[in-house]
Design a protein around this ligand. Structure first.
Ligand code: 8YV
Length: 310
């Protein structure tokens, strides 16, 4: 008999069909409370995305749950303490999207500072005929601040070196194996850089870490990029800082209430907005599908799961 698995996010067909071949799959969105109750004693596995919220209440309602396989490197939406208490193993897909996300951070930085999207609109609207496009912000040789020097932060730094940038970072502790300057907090980092790129993990420890004070420290020529999690930035404070030009521009791939966007953001012309797509390349997506499936299958085959959350 196929193990029953709960899908808590909408999955692309390529992964969905593969899962259905091996598992008895049920979509949470299709179940009402009574339906979930009836299935609960049989549900042994779960598939969630990097942005899914799987709280204590859901974990507690599923007494047979053994594993949550997260399609994503981030797992900040999963209540790990509740999973641990209920003996549920949690896996994720680390290391696969690092290069794509770092590429995209630089793309957003360049797009925001050099106004690529706005300039495209300028050409399409026929405004070029009335004069040249105004000056934009130089990127090469600038001072870059990285919030969170994990795998992705380091990959951003490597790329920034090729742009001749001076690199500093903040994180819990200084790293002994990098030549970049460490700052003890986001505000002091923002005060000494031109561009701030957020690469930290999500979760309570980093919620609203980038607040009005950090944005003011970055200042009116500063550019902010976020490819990590929306909640790391106080979105209302950011909207206000962009409206009042207290920072120059921002490039955002992640938001507080995806896929909904705060109206204030949509109205601004000094922000580049993308739909949480930094890791979405053909190569990475297929590798993430494989690992999400393999973690689940390994567990039910009685094998060690390749990438448990540590
Ligand atoms: C993924 C992400 O696209 O990996 C993560 O943690 O946030 C994204 O890059 C998403 O989780 C896919 O479900």
């Amino acid at each position: 008999m196929k193990p029953a698995v709960l899908l808590v996010c909408r999955l692309p067909e390529a992964l969905g069909s593969r899962l259905r071949e091996r598992f008895d799959c049920h979509e949470l969105a299709q179940l009402d409370s009574a339906g979930l109750e009836a299935l609960a004693p049989r549900l042994r596995g779960m598939v969630a995305s990097g942005e899914s919220v799987v709280g204590r209440e859901l974990i507690t309602r599923l007494p047979a749950l053994e594993i949550i396989s997260v399609l994503g490197v981030g797992y900040d939406g999963i209540d790990l303490a509740a999973a641990r208490e209920h003996g549920v193993c949690v896996t994720h897909t680390p290391g696969l999207s690092t290069e794509d996300i770092a590429d995209f951070a630089l793309a957003l930085l360049l797009a925001a500072a050099r106004e690529v999207v706005k300039a495209d609109r300028f050409v399409r609207c026929g405004e070029w005929a009335s004069g040249r496009y105004p000056m934009t912000r130089r990127v090469s040789g600038a001072r870059l601040g990285i919030v969170g020097l994990g795998r992705i932060g380091r990959a951003v730094a490597t790329r920034a070196l090729a742009f001749g940038m001076d690199i500093a970072y903040t994180g819990r502790t200084p790293k002994a194996d990098v030549p970049y300057r460490w700052c003890s907090d986001a505000r002091s980092l923002a005060a000494e850089v031109d561009f701030l790129v957020v690469c930290a993990s999500g979760g309570e420890a980093t919620r609203a870490l980038i607040d009005a004070a950090v944005l003011d420290a970055l200042g009116p020529t500063g550019v902010l990029v976020n490819i990590a999690r929306g909640a790391i930035i106080d979105e209302e404070a950011l909207i206000q800082a962009l409206q009042e030009r207290r920072i120059l521009a921002a490039g955002l791939d992640v938001f507080c209430h995806e896929p909904q966007l705060a109206q204030g953001l949509l109205a601004l012309d000094n922000v580049v907005l993308t739909p949480h797509m930094a890791s979405t390349t053909d190569a990475t997506v297929h590798a993430m599908f494989d690992l999400t499936f393999t973690n689940l299958a390994a567990h039910f085959d009685g094998l060690p799961v390749p990438t448990p959350v540590s």
